[in-house]
Design a protein around this ligand. Structure first.
Ligand SMILES: O=C(CO)[C@H](O)[C@H](O)COP(=O)(O)O
Length: 242
């Protein structure tokens, strides 16, 4: 394997630590993003080496394709029904293990998958750990029909919550509007600092046209933060803390 950058070494360390939690017979959710890519590789290595029998659901087409190439059999989430563990990346992680996700545009399937899991473990490099959520843009998946009207509703919500907001960007990739696996679009909100994530999450969920936002509150029980030296720090959440 080519030498990894410090950031990739950190991601790989977190991924290895998460894959070490996997036991024979488990039903797993596989996350999306560059850190999750390391996890899928390490998981495939363990399956090959130890003959682990796993049932896996993927949170995106990209992860499904990668897992298939590495010899992991992917099933539909509904075929498996419920998962023991989902391992996924994150864009921001606060001290209560609340998250911003969706940098890769997969947060809808990621949230459905994590919500169908006994346990969600997040893997990340140290740059993802923050005191307060919001420096990373907040992705909001929106149905294309009535997009501009939905945008007005979101703006009104942000105004009423006193959240300063730079232009709400319609996500593009390679010069064209980005479409999610569900064929929706994403509005990226630049909020700087989200003082009350629960209130914002409730408000966004109540807007017709919003399919899902990237706030993952009270969903993650453990974050494994890799370091460029290969060590891993465990962050845990005290149950019941919002
Ligand atoms: O939420 C996600 C995709 O929707 C990713 O998990 C998140 O963007 C982190 O990605 P990366 O590991 O590449 O930093």
């Amino acid at each position: 394997m080519p030498e990894l950058s410090p950031s990739d070494t950190a991601k790989d360390a977190a991924a290895r630590a998460a894959v070490a939690l996997v036991q024979d017979g488990m039903r797993l959710g596989l996350g999306t993003g560059s850190t999750a890519v390391f996890m899928v590789h390490r998981l495939a290595e363990r399956v090959r080496a130890e003959g682990l029998r796993l049932r896996c659901a993927a949170t995106s087409r990209a992860t499904c394709d990668l897992a298939g190439q590495l010899g992991l059999r992917i099933e539909e989430l509904d075929e498996i029904g419920w998962l023991d563990l989902t391992i996924d990346g994150a864009d921001e992680i606060d001290p209560d293990l609340n998250l911003i996700k969706g940098g890769g545009g997969a947060h809808l399937r990621e949230k459905i998958t994590a919500a169908a899991s006994d346990r969600m473990v997040v893997i990340a490099d140290p740059g993802k750990v923050v005191e307060t959520l919001g420096a990373f843009h907040l992705p909001v998946e929106v149905i294309p029909f009535g997009l501009e009207v939905t945008r007005v509703h979101i703006q009104r919500l942000l105004d009423s919550a006193g959240l300063s907001q730079r232009p709400m960007l319609l996500r593009q990739r390679d010069g064209v509007v980005f479409r999610t696996d569900e064929d929706n679009v994403i509005l990226d909100l630049s909020l700087d600092c989200i003082g009350d994530p629960a209130q914002l999450a409730r408000g966004l969920s109540a807007i017709p046209g919003v399919v899902e936002h990237g706030l993952f509150l009270n969903m993650c029980q453990l974050a494994l933060i890799g370091s460029p030296d290969g060590s891993v720090i465990e962050l845990t959440r005290i149950e019941g803390v919002a």
